[in-house]
Design a binder for this molecule. Sequence first.
Ligand code: DON
Length: 314
Amino acid sequence: MTSNSEMERLKRSLPEWVEESRGQAAFGAAASYIPELAKAPNDALGIVVLGRDGDSASAGDTDLAFTLQSISKVFTLILALIDRGEEAVFAKVGMEPSGDNFNSMLKLELVEPGIPFNPLINAGAIVVSSLISGNGPEEKKERILNYFRELTGNDRLGIHSGVYRSESETGHRNRSLAYFLKENGVLDGEVEDVLDVYFHHCAIEVNCAELARMALLIANDGRDPLTGTGILPRRFVQIAKTFMTTCGMYNASGEFAIRAGLPAKSGVSGGILAVVPGRYGIGLVGPALGRKGNSVAGVHLLERMSRAFDWSMF
Ligand code: DON
């Protein structure tokens, strides 16, 4: 089957599949530990699948805007790697799945040398935020926002100030992680400044089409397939894609690798960025989260699509 006819099948099948997966939202709930996120419509589900020729298939609530949350961590990692290089970044953050919740501090004390297990859990992403170049938090935040504007092709991309404020006011677990990292000598700079940068990039607001565009860059090894322009270094995209496969869905990463077999990254807003390497970028949102913090309806839909089109990398 040619990829073209596959896209046509996707266009035909997605509306029905989205409606079927939407029912799974009843088994989850929108995140509430960041109070503003609890306002999201629980049973929303939207998806955009973008191909290398610019053709796309979409269905459901694709107009819903949502914040990147942990999805931003894939790209801040790439930016930190561009700024500091592999050696400096991996001196401060590990390469292994943690087996703990995304906001856990357990292993920071238990396992020497007290660096976060990987850059996609909160502790690791906070360290990564501290490694991004810039003169003070305002310049760093501006720089990161401009980077995401380039990745999405939307120069009006902004943050959701309500979510940003809500997390700044209530993010005490992240504060304790950051102070612990500071004590361990892993975090340089002022804790509140680093957290401000971190909360800010988590609150960047996107839609499914923008997420799909970011995903397509990963799928295409950092090059924009339409213009052929290199936007992200191939090696760093390779690193990011590997982390997405081993840690992108937190403690459900192994299960997702078996059931869907695709690099993906979820966020607590219900967004998932998924990649069919060399072929498609996928952006979806479904705010109701399951026990392990991933969109229940979104995971259900991705697993079904992967099975139907035999997308698993493994
Ligand atoms: O730091 C937090 O808790 C959020 N800003 C991001 C966490 C997140 O998205 C984890 N995802 N599943």
